[in-house]
Design a protein around this ligand. Structure first.
Ligand SMILES: NC(=O)c1ccc[n+]([C@@H]2O[C@H](COP(=O)([O-])OP(=O)(O)OC[C@H]3O[C@@H](n4cnc5c(N)ncnc54)[C@H](O)[C@@H]3O)[C@@H](O)[C@H]2O)c1
Ligand SMILES: O=c1ccn([C@@H]2O[C@H](COP(=O)(O)OP(=O)(O)O[C@H]3O[C@H](CO)[C@@H](O)[C@H](O)[C@H]3O)[C@@H](O)[C@H]2O)c(=O)[nH]1
Length: 331
């Protein structure tokens, strides 16, 4: 598939930058379009960076005219569940209206293929686990709704306008590039694994487990952690797959294995060889108790299988990145 161009919105962010690397390795020309509101110019290493906002129609028009992308990888979004509960307006504007603007300008430019970063947060509290793609989608936080609205737009645009798309519903993206070139740099960091590592290594930043009264095997919440390198591989497969498919196609991306927050804390303590035990705190707003993927469809249709998503590899790669950052050698 070499020689094709993908324009990656949000390519300066965590998942987007890992996907840029994977697309470049697979022979694609990669152009990043990111407003750097939550990303890092230093993470854009596999092609040019256009500093622009998906809410800015003329910036999108210029980017499409200049680079003539064959495919859009749409990662740009705000992605914090708790923030979305407190400030829903910024989620609906950035994630939903931003995506609408992107689709509108794609139509105008005649760009008709897209892969979209969706999320298991669109399912809400599952009726059963593992969750397959046909499970009812009924989010319990504005972030999930802001993303589900985009899926709806994509389904409708496929029928009405021949805009073909894949929605990749990630479960919990985790870990960092196995070669240490890029990693996870959120400010503020809110994700469990980098915070558990920081907490294990420092008395100053203790790790708090949000909720110990869920109906799970140890009372803490269960998530399906998927290595960002496995996610990146899935994006390349999905990008190549959609080039000769029609319609809208959702896929779950997860391992099918659930891990509790306390199990994460224990794995981190073992691998970091430094134990500052976690604190137990109250539940965080908007958090479902358990999210586990049934990703059989991605395996069947895309030929995708997680290869590096065991918890030890996730924690080891995240720890390597944490050490590079602490030494000032990372982004
Ligand atoms: N991290 C996860 O576990 C996870 C799970 C499911 C889905 N997702 C989705 O994956 C995508 C990437 O998540 P991430 O964790 O890498 O987040 P991130 O914050 O690291 O990256 C998002 C990027 O988008 C950019 N951006 C935001 N709004 C923009 C705008 N209006 N115009 C241009 N650029 C903009 C930011 O600057 C940032 O570089 C998001 O769409 C998120 O909803 C993430
Ligand atoms: O300091 C912390 C941070 C997190 N958690 C818990 O750890 C789990 C995972 O939390 P986090 O890493 O913040 O991920 P999520 O809130 O599950 O959200 C991520 O994963 C979602 C899919 O589940 C994506 O849609 C979001 O974009 C992405 O941020 C949750 O139960 C949290 O309550 C803690 O107990 N303590």
């Amino acid at each position: 598939m070499s020689g094709r161009t993908i324009l990656v919105t949000g390519g300066a962010g965590y998942v987007g930058s890992h996907c840029c690397k994977a697309f470049a390795r697979a022979g694609w020309n990669v152009v990043t379009f990111d407003n750097l509101s939550r990303g890092h110019a230093e993470a854009v290493k596999w092609g040019p960076l256009i500093v622009g906002d998906i809410l800015d129609a003329s910036a999108l028009d210029q980017a499409f005219a200049r680079h003539r992308p064959d495919l859009i990888g749409h990662f740009a979004a705000f992605a914090y569940v708790e923030e979305s509960v407190e400030q829903p307006e910024i989620y609906y504007r950035n994630n939903s209206i931003g995506s609408f603007t992107l689709l509108d300008r794609m139509r105008a430019a005649g760009v008709s293929k897209l892969i979209f970063s969706s999320t298991c947060a669109t399912y809400g509290v599952p009726e059963q686990v593992p969750i397959d793609e046909d499970h009812r989608q009924w989010p319990i936080n504005p972030y999930g709704w802001s993303k589900l609205m985009v899926e709806r737009m994509l389904a409708d645009y496929a029928v009405a306008h021949g805009l073909d798309s894949v929605a990749l519903r990630y479960f919990n993206a985790a870990g960092c590039d196995t070669e240490g070139e890029i990693g996870e740099c959120h400010e503020p960091e809110t994700h469990a694994i980098p915070l558990a590592i920081a907490g294990a290594l420092s008395r100053e930043q203790p790790f708090t487990v949000f909720g110990s009264d869920f109906d799970t095997r140890d009372g803490s919440a269960v998530r399906d952690y998927i290595h960002v390198g496995d996610l990146a591989a899935a994006h390349v497969l999905a990008g190549e797959w959609i080039m000769d498919r029609r319609g809208f196609h959702p896929f779950n991306l997860g391992t099918g294995q659930g891990t509790t927050v306390l199990e994460i804390a224990r794995a981190v303590a073992r691998i970091c060889e430094a134990e500052h035990p976690p604190r137990i705190g109250p539940r965080r707003a908007g958090d479902p108790p358990m999210l586990i993927a049934d990703a059989a469809k991605a395996r069947r249709e895309l030929g995708w299988k997680p290869a590096i998503s065991d918890i030890d590899t996730i924690v080891r790669t995240a720890l390597a990145w944490h050490r590079l950052s602490a030494a000032g050698a990372a982004l």
